[in-house]
Design a protein around this ligand. Sequence first.
Ligand code: DC
Length: 238
Amino acid sequence: MANETKEPIAMIAIDGPAASGKSTVGRLLAEKLNYLYLDTGSMYRAVTWAALQEEIDIEDETAVTQLAHNIEIEIFPVRDGEADGRHYTVHVAGQDITWQLRTPAVDANVSQVSSYLGVRQEMVARQRAFGERGAVVMVGRDIGTVVMPDAPLKLYITASAEERARRRTRDRQAQGHIANYDDILADVLRRDQIDSNREHSPLRPATDAVLIDSTAQPPAAIVDTILKMIRETVTSNQ
Ligand code: DC
């Protein structure tokens, strides 16, 4: 009905493999829509960082799960004076660990940590609580399938492994790290393998997700496509 108030989309779920461009797209989309943005990978990274910090054996599922239950993670939008290239700020027990989340040690262990059922259950509960605020863009691996299965818009963004490795190599170098393309490609393939084949909530598109291949498309073009999709969804709901 033409005069009815438009019902905004409360939740946009974006999933996809490592370095598929989903985080950039999600962040830009949240900015355009003035929505909250939650990169759920940062939560699994925070648990991994804390486990390494506390010298917990990453293979010790019970200890890592207990840590996941007790850990205090806070995620804030970037504030004035924090213009160092970060897209959000992550605190663990009040300590800013935003950049520590991107170290090779965290990269190497996060797939293992995120494969534990108890860790996932705790993070999913926290993510759902965040999603209930509404007006949220949430990015991860299982948002459309597990965390927010009723999300009115689900996107699954992918790209070739080679393109994803190129992007990650560029990002690493831009952050001042030494980065070798072949090593990064091997790591991307290894993480795809673990994330897609794990027992609990493996990486896969929801049956009703819109599939987007970002290999040859810049994030801004993808965001435009999604905004068009949102306008069409809102219109067709009236
Ligand atoms: O998106 P990312 O690279 O920061 O994710 C880090 C790890 O966390 C990755 O191995 C997959 C896992 N992850 C997950 O299992 N579920 C999510 N919703 C988000 C990330």
